[in-house]
Design a protein around this ligand. Structure first.
Ligand code: FES
Length: 165
């Protein structure tokens, strides 16, 4: 068992030697940019080794194809190809803040589909408004009733007057 420490998040996770730094970060809830998801083909998952170089797996051919001799200059490696073998390995995630290309395209597609749905709903509402006939005008009934009751009252008075005379 080994421990991978993520700097500057100050998160430590205990892993077995078959767990890559990428998998450990994902397990710990930290994001590392990735497109190939651990297949060593995107080169997005770069990390910087801060401490514990003796406790990590050696650089493999796939990694050398992407990074060349970069590790010996900047101490950068691919998180998906780096494994903590023993002891403590301190690493810094270099592309955690950068959105991966896949996530970016997915987010843009989602935003576009939401805009399209909104536009469609607006067009539909406009079309419905055009199709509906205008509302008929209502005749105000209270005035009619009031006039009728006023007339009935006067009729009774007239009848009373005619009987009295
Ligand atoms: S995740 Fe793509 S190269 Fe490591």
């Amino acid at each position: 068992m080994a421990i991978i420490r993520f700097i500057p998040q100050n998160v430590e996770i205990e892993v077995c030697s078959e767990t890559s730094v990428l998998a450990a970060a994902q397990k710990a809830g930290l994001s590392i940019a990735t497109i190939c998801n651990g297949k060593a083909s995107c080169s997005e998952c770069r990390i910087k080794i801060h401490d514990g170089e003796d406790n990590m797996s050696p650089i493999v051919f796939k990694e050398k194809e992407h990074l060349g001799n970069l590790y010996f200059i900047t101490k950068e490696r691919l998180a998906c190809q780096t494994f903590a073998v023993d002891g403590v390995l301190s690493v810094e995630i270099l592309r955690a803040e950068i959105e991966s290309k896949r996530e970016r395209s997915r987010r843009k597609a989602l935003a576009r589909s939401k805009e399209n749905a909104k536009r469609l709903a607006e067009r539909h509402a406009e079309k419905k408004a055009r199709e509906l006939p205008p509302e008929p005008k209502r005749v105000e009934e209270p005035e009619v009733v009031a006039a009728a009751s006023a007339g009935a009252g006067s009729g009774r008075r007239r009848r009373r007057r005619s009987r009295q005379s």
